[in-house]
Design a protein. Structure first.
Length: 519
């Protein structure tokens, strides 16, 4: 049944709760007012308490220590005896221990055979290295935080004085960051921020025309930021150059170099490209209990469509995968991919241990208010956006994409760090799901914002690009919303439509992941 054919249900016909899997012993309250005490669920359970929207109600009597099951998986254990119909809030759930990575095995869950999807195209900017951008942007990379203010000043001048003359260039962005001279540049983990900066400059949306701005005395020499794909087209300006006398001379040199690149970028035009040239990142932020019911399943359906069309789909956020990684291991394409996935999980376990925390620190107050009891429940809902396709590659933080298909790029769960690392991987568009709401955006790539609940879409009507809430109420299916998202991705990638974040100019800073010490 198509979207326009979905029958409208009366309030009396609408479900009051959702049970995801037949093995579940909890259900989720759907409506904005939640479940009122005394109301009956479809299975006959009578609510003892008022259960807020998105929160769990027990469908069976649970003794202390009994498993609490959602998505057909154990999300925790009852901290006390819980009667059928009782609200299961965070305090009533004990976090289970993390599953040992050495126990992960491949091949116990079949991966569906997804048929190729032919004939889908978009209009993008073809680059000399064969990649395709969804935007045509001039990038100004920086080698050290010391020059960030000058870079930002120059970008404002370029936008005001130069960009209006070059209508086929979408934007000018400065790739500023907090990396400075105090870092231990030769420490083993310093490779992460360094390769991130190198690969950011090589993002397909920058079209190979990158200007690198350095200071002159920094440890990370500007030459190390040259895009490996096309270093000859990169211009380097160092502010300590003895030929630059005063601030005006510095800015003039930047503007002169920028205009040469703008002239070349302005000659580029969108070309018809197969959907296989898409590189789409998937991320979530401000998640709630509906993320794993509406938005993430719809994104997962669209992810499968993209993979079937030959595109590259990237999902991330290690701590929001760690407690569901046993569901991904069976989907790995071979033993090497499986080992790479567990390697990244183990690395992050050690990283958190050094910092004196564990994975439980991930879940935010907003996540909990939205019905997510702990990181296990959050992770199980998070990985749904990866769809059902085989996992063909795993990237370490800051590494660049090597193949088409479904790829896991290891990143922290922080929206801004994850976004930065996905841009370094080479994504040219991002899909971002949210239940609580966030105005997050990226200057270097369009960000399509998908809401989990209708109340968020109503309140943030000019910030949300697509609402997945009809899946919860039965007014639409996962397939309906997934196909709608797939078409929206093609339209945004082609420049036919604009995301809310781009329309409003909401773009967050680039934030490097730097586990190396600062001296």
């Amino acid at each position: 049944m198509g979207k326009n054919e979905t029958p409208t249900k009366s309030n009396s016909e609408r479900p009051v709760s959702i049970k995801i899997d037949e093995r579940d012993n909890v259900a989720i309250a759907i409506h904005s007012e939640g479940l009122q005490a005394g109301c009956r669920l479809d299975d006959g359970t009578r609510a003892i308490d008022h259960v807020p929207q998105g929160h769990k109600v027990a469908l069976a009597d649970l003794a202390e220590g009994d498993p609490i099951i959602r998505y057909g998986e154990v999300i925790g254990y009852a901290a006390e005896a819980i009667a059928r119909g009782r609200w299961i809030d965070e305090a009533r759930v004990h976090l289970p221990p993390a599953m040992p990575l050495e126990e992960m095995v491949r091949g116990d869950r079949p991966v569906p055979d997804l048929q190729p999807l032919d004939g889908f195209t978009f209009e993008g900017f073809l680059n000399a290295d064969g990649t395709v951008g969804t935007k045509n942007i001039l990038g100004i990379a920086t080698s050290v935080q010391c020059v960030a203010a000058v870079a930002d000043y120059a970008v404002r001048r370029i936008k005001q004085e130069l960009l209006p003359r070059y209508p086929h260039v979408d934007d000018v962005v400065s790739l500023t960051h907090a990396y400075g001279c105090g870092v231990a540049i030769d420490a083993p983990e310093a490779i992460i921020p360094i390769r991130t900066l190198q690969n950011l400059a090589a993002n397909p949306n920058l079209g190979g025309e990158v200007l690198v701005l350095g200071l002159g005395c920094e440890k990370l020499k500007p030459q190390r930021l040259l895009p490996l794909s096309n270093p000859a087209e990169t211009t380097i300006i160092e502010l300590q150059d003895e030929h630059l006398h005063g601030f005006d001379a510095m800015v003039s040199a930047i503007l002169e170099a920028a205009e040469k690149k703008l002239i070349r970028l302005n000659q580029r035009r969108r070309q018809l490209c197969p959907a296989s040239d898409l590189r789409v990142g998937l991320q979530c932020g401000g998640s709630d209990a509906f993320s794993g019911i509406t938005a993430n399943p719809a994104v997962g359906f669209a992810a499968d469509l993209m993979v079937r069309a030959g595109a590259t789909v990237v999902f991330s956020e290690v701590t929001e995968v760690r407690d569901a990684v046993h569901l991904l291991i069976p989907r790995t394409g071979n033993e090497a991919v499986a080992k790479a996935l567990t390697r990244e999980m183990a690395w992050y376990d050690r990283y958190l241990k050094i910092g004196g925390v564990d994975r439980s620190a991930n879940t935010t107050p907003g996540n909990k208010a939205g019905g997510l009891a702990n990181i296990v429940e959050k992770a199980l809902g998070s990985i749904v956006k990866s769809g059902t396709s085989p996992l063909v590659d795993v990237l370490g933080p800051g590494e660049r994409l090597r193949t088409n298909g479904l790829v896991f790029a290891a990143t922290p769960a922080s929206d801004f760090v994850c976004g930065t690392l996905q841009l370094a991987a080479g994504i040219t568009l991002q899909v971002f799901t949210t239940g609580r709401g966030t105005p997050y955006g990226l200057a270097m790539a369009p960000v399509i914002k998908v809401s989990t609940r209708s109340s968020l879409k109503r309140r943030w009507h000019d910030l949300i690009d697509l609402d997945a809430s009809p899946i919860a109420t039965g007014d639409g299916s996962i397939a309906d919303v997934g196909w709608e998202l797939f078409q929206l991705i093609l339209d945004i990638a082609s420049g036919r439509k604009t995301t809310a974040a781009d329309r409003l100019g909401l773009h967050n800073d680039l934030i490097l992941f730097n586990p190396a010490p600062i001296t």
